[in-house]
Design a binder for this molecule. Structure first.
Ligand SMILES: Nc1ncnc2c1ncn2[C@@H]1O[C@H](COP(=O)(O)OP(=O)(O)OP(=O)(O)O)[C@@H](O)[C@H]1O
Ligand SMILES: [Mg+2]
Length: 364
């Protein structure tokens, strides 16, 4: 059993059911129509029937703005690439995985951008033993995921594009405009089949690491993935995702809703530098307190309580995990939390806030 399966396997039943019911027009090379892709990403309360006659609902994968998802899907049907940009932990990679699983049936054609990525990893390379023995031949050619996606007419994911050096990023210009890769050694050109496109992600916290050229920017439609600001929505998401993560670890911890509400409020307030009621300015920690971070605070606490506690999450576990998340970049961020606890938390009403205050005082 694998630690983690790709989206197309995890969500196989949902994808099958949507395909069965799909009567809308599809762009060439797509497995699902844009409308069905939208349902897959945002979820659907209707009942859908799988191949085996089982009735299921479509769970939401992404919580957020519908129109943003529609723009992303429409872009993929156009001749421009899709660039998902945003702060760390806003579900860019998660969205790119689910979009490619729904549209192409695979989320596994990935180029991971790093400062060490070279042109070969984007285009093609050679099996050097064969190359030396026989000279260039189709057998000796080792295709990149990009070339593979072109040939099969599928979506290719380019993760963290701006981590690559600018010259390397610019290799994408010709791929996105000509939709082909030339192989001069074999005197051929690989043309992209219908259905091919690129979903890139870029972290705005890394902005400036390697800026994108204007020419490349023009070949992408940028969709900026925002940090969730709606408290109820973020709470729901955190609860669902933390539960899912626990299930995948084979654990079944209860995640108390009042703790989720408390932590989500704390994260949102520290993230904005303002209290939820907008009455008070507070200092912001330098680290990014993303939704992804919040999910892992909750699931880490659940793991701690399952293995070392009585199975129900306690305040001290949550506070410990939260301090870990806050101080990972800079220890002085804990001072920011200390100030927040003294100025905001102390005066809040309710048992759970009082508990939180007490536990923070003990641990800070
Ligand atoms: N709005 C959201 N809807 C659904 N899931 C979300 C949302 N925001 C965050 N998540 C969750 O956060 C986790 C991390 O997301 P992901 O790794 O895709 O972030 P990212 O934007 O790619 O971050 P990075 O820039 O660090 O690569 C995922 O498990 C995802 O479910
Ligand atoms: Mg990512």
């Amino acid at each position: 059993m694998a630690v983690r399966y790709p989206a197309e396997i995890r969500c196989q039943k949902e994808l099958e059911a949507l395909q069965l019911a799909d009567t809308y027009p599809k762009p060439q090379g797509w497995l699902l129509s844009p409308r069905m892709v939208e349902r897959f990403i945002l979820g659907s309360e209707e009942e859908w029937v799988t191949k085996d006659g089982e009735k299921i609902r479509i769970r939401p994968k992404y919580w957020g703005d519908r129109s943003l998802i529609q723009v992303a899907i429409a872009t993929l049907a156009s001749d421009r690439g899709l660039m998902l940009a945003g702060e760390p932990g806003t579900a860019k990679s998660w969205l790119s995985e689910h979009l490619s699983a729904a549209i192409s049936g695979t989320s596994q054609l990935i180029v991971q951008g790093t400062s060490g990525t070279n042109e070969d990893q984007i285009k093609y390379t050679w099996n050097y033993a064969m190359l030396i023995a026989q000279g260039p031949s189709t057998e000796a050619l080792v295709e990149s995921p990009m070339m593979d996606g072109m040939k099969q007419g599928k979506l290719v994911r380019f993760e963290e594009l701006t981590r690559c050096h600018s010259q390397i990023q610019d290799v994408m210009i010709s791929i996105l405009s000509e939709k082909q890769i030339a192989i001069p050694e074999l005197n051929t050109v690989v043309n992209a089949e219908k259905g091919f496109n690129v979903i890139a992600t870029a972290n705005t916290a890394d902005k400036g690491v390697n800026d994108m050229s204007a020419a490349l920017k023009r070949r992408f439609n940028f969709v900026v993935i925002p940090v969730l600001t709606d408290l109820e929505q973020e709470m729901k998401l955190v609860e669902e995702r933390a539960k899912e993560q626990m299930l995948s670890l084979g654990l079944e911890a209860q995640i108390p809703p009042d703790l989720v509400r408390l932590m989500t409020t704390v994260f949102q307030e520290l993230r904005r530098g303002k209290t939820i009621d907008r009455q008070m300015q507070i200092k912001k920690p330098s680290t990014v307190l993303s939704t992804a971070e919040l999910i892992s605070v909750m699931s880490n606490s659940a793991i701690l309580s399952t293995y070392f506690g009585d199975g129900s999450i306690q305040m001290k576990e949550v506070v410990r995990s939260m301090f870990g998340a806050v101080s990972k970049e800079d220890d002085t961020d804990l001072d920011v939390v200390k100030e927040y606890v003294e100025t905001v938390v102390r005066d809040r009403e309710g048992q759970v806030w009082a508990d939180f205050y007490q536990t923070c005082k003990e641990q800070l």
